[in-house]
Design a protein around this ligand. Structure first.
Ligand SMILES: [Zn+2]
Length: 261
C-alpha cells in the first residue's frame, strides 16, 4: 500500500482563464508546481519533475518562485531523498512545468505515453511554446519507457491515458490503505475543474435587466486543451476508476503539505 505526498517545487502564476476556460485572462492565479512522492515501506516513486529555474522571476512570461534543480533537490531532501535514489519516474505530460529536471533522475526508468512523446515533437500551434524540446529530448539517452495506453507498471501503480488537455496525458492510479487515488496531472488543474461552482454569474444587459449566466456542467475544462470532447470523455473515464473525491488535481493549492494514504 502506498502513501502520496505532493511536494511543492515552485509557485507559478498563470491567467485564471488558463485554469478555467472562458474566465478572465488578465487576472493571475498563483498555484503550486508539484513533484509527487508515492512511497511504501520499500518503494519510492516520483511523478513529474517540476519547472526550470525562473529567469528574472519569470518562466515563459509567468511569474514563478523556486523551481530549478536546486528547488527539486530542496523538496526531495525534505523527505530524505536524492534524485539519484529514485528508480521510477512517471511524467504525466511533457509541458515545461512537468518535465524540467527529469534528467536529474539518472537511475530511473522514465514513463511517458507514446502519444504524448510524439505530439510533443510536433505540437499543435497553441502548444509550441509550452513544449520545450530541450527539456525532454535528452530523455531519449536515458531509460525512457514509451507506453501505449493503460498499463500497470507494478503492483498498485497503474498509468491511465487521459487525453484532452494534451494528446497523451496520463494519470496515475495508486493503491492506498483507504482505497485508490487518481493523480490526474493537469487533466484537472485544480478543484475548480473537478468541482465547478454551481453559483451563476449575474450581470446587467444594456437595458438594465438582470442576466444570469451559469453552467451546470459536471466538470469545468481548463483553458488549454487539444480536444474538448476527448477531455470530457476522459473525465468520465477517471470517474469509472475512482470517486470524484479520490482525484488529486495537478496544481491544487489546498492539498499542499497533505498526505494521502
Ligand atoms: Zn502543469
Amino acid at each position: 500500500m502506498f502513501r502520496i505526498k505532493p511536494l511543492k517545487q515552485a509557485e507559478i502564476s498563470v491567467p485564471v482563464g488558463a485554469v478555467a476556460m472562458l474566465n478572465d485572462m488578465r487576472i493571475l492565479a498563483t498555484g503550486p508546481v508539484y513533484v509527487w512522492l508515492i512511497e511504501s515501506e520499500d518503494r519510492k516513486i516520483i511523478v513529474d519533475a517540476g519547472v526550470s529555474e525562473p529567469k528574472k522571476g519569470l518562466i515563459h512570461g509567468f511569474p514563478c518562485k523556486g523551481g530549478g534543480e536546486q528547488g527539486l533537490r530542496n523538496v526531495l531532501s525534505g523527505v530524505n531523498l536524492k534524485p539519484e535514489e529514485i528508480d521510477t519516474l512517471i511524467i504525466t505530460h511533457l509541458h515545461f512545468d512537468h518535465v524540467a529536471n527529469a534528467t536529474m533522475f539518472h537511475n530511473a526508468r522514465i514513463f511517458v505515453q507514446k502519444k504524448e512523446w510524439e505530439s510533443a515533437q510536433n505540437p499543435p500551434m497553441h502548444y509550441r511554446e509550452i513544449y520545450e524540446k530541450d527539456l525532454f529530448l535528452p530523455l531519449e539517452e536515458m531509460d525512457l519507457c514509451l507506453v501505449n495506453g493503460d498499463i500497470e507498471i507494478e503492483e498498485g501503480i497503474r498509468l491511465v491515458l487521459l487525453p484532452g488537455h494534451t494528446k497523451g496525458l496520463q494519470g496515475v492510479l495508486v493503491k492506498a490503505q483507504s482505497g485508490d487515488y487518481l493523480l490526474s496531472g493537469d487533466h484537472f488543474y485544480s478543484y475548480i475543474n473537478l468541482h465547478p461552482p454551481k453559483v451563476p454569474i449575474e450581470f446587467e444587459d444594456e437595458h438594465g435587466q438582470k442576466v444570469t449566466v451559469g453552467s451546470n456542467l459536471p466538470f469545468h475544462p481548463p483553458g488549454l486543451h487539444v480536444d474538448l470532447s476527448e477531455w470530457y470523455e476522459s473525465c468520465f473515464k477517471a470517474l469509472s476508476l475512482v470517486k470524484r473525491s479520490r482525484i488529486l488535481p495537478g496544481h491544487e493549492p489546498s492539498i499542499e503539505g497533505q498526505e494521502f494514504s
